[in-house]
Design a binder for this molecule. Structure first.
Ligand code: ZN
Length: 181
C-alpha cells in the first residue's frame, strides 16, 4: 500500500502557513487513525471453516494441491475462517463447483469449493465462524463431500496472486476438532 505524501504547504512571506494547511492535514490524520484501529480490531486468528468437530483434513497443502481439504458430512455448514466480504458466490466451471470467495482486507482472500449450494452473494458481509456461506457438497470435480479451502494473497486466480498454506489460518476456533488442538 502506498500513500501519497502530502506536500508541506509553502511558507508565506510572513512565516505563517497558508490558512488551508490545517484543513489538508486532517484527512491524513483521520486516515491513519482508521488504519491503526483497523489493524488492532482485525482478528489475529482464523477459524475452522466447517461447523462440525468430527470433520478432518483429508488432504493437506502440497505442490500439486494448494489448499486444505476438509472432509465433512454432506450438508454441514461452511463458515468463513475470518470476517470479510463476499466477492464471488456461485458456480464456476473450474472444477470447484458451487463456491464462495471472501475478501478479508490486506490483500487476503479465502475461497471455499464443492458446496452443495452457496448461501451467500457478492457484497454480503460475513462473520468468522458464524455466517453460513454454503453447505458441504461434492459439486465440481470432487469425488466425495468435502470443502476445498484456499487462502489467497491477491484476488483469486488473477495474475500475480498466489495461494498460501491454509493450515495456519484454520487451526483455531470453536469447531476445531480435538485432534487438531
Ligand atoms: Zn482439494
Amino acid at each position: 500500500m502506498a500513500f501519497r505524501v502530502l506536500r508541506a504547504p509553502a511558507p508565506q512571506p510572513d512565516g505563517r502557513t497558508p490558512a488551508g494547511s490545517r484543513v489538508r492535514r486532517v484527512p491524513m490524520a483521520a486516515l491513519l487513525a482508521v488504519l491503526l484501529v483497523g489493524a488492532v480490531a482485525a482478528p489475529a486468528s482464523a477459524a475452522w471453516p466447517v461447523a462440525s468437530r468430527s470433520s478432518y483434513i483429508s488432504q493437506y497443502f502440497h505442490r500439486g494441491h494448494r489448499a486444505d481439504d476438509i472432509a465433512a458430512s454432506r450438508g454441514t455448514r461452511i463458515v468463513p475462517i475470518r470476517t470479510g466480504r463476499v466477492v464471488f458466490a456461485g458456480w464456476k466451471s473450474n472444477c470447484g463447483g458451487y463456491q464462495v470467495w471472501v475478501y478479508h482486507g490486506s490483500g487476503l482472500y479465502t475461497a471455499y469449493y464443492h458446496m452443495s449450494h452457496e448461501t451467500s452473494w457478492k457484497g454480503r458481509w460475513v462473520t468468522r465462524s458464524t455466517t453460513t456461506i454454503g453447505y458441504v457438497g461434492a459439486t465440481g470435480c470432487a469425488t466425495g463431500p468435502h470443502t476445498h479451502v484456499e487462502v489467497w494473497k491477491g484476488y483469486p486466480w488473477r495474475s500475480g496472486s498466489y495461494r498460501v498454506n491454509p493450515y495456519g489460518y484454520i487451526d483455531s476456533g470453536s469447531y476445531l476438532p480435538l485432534r487438531y488442538r
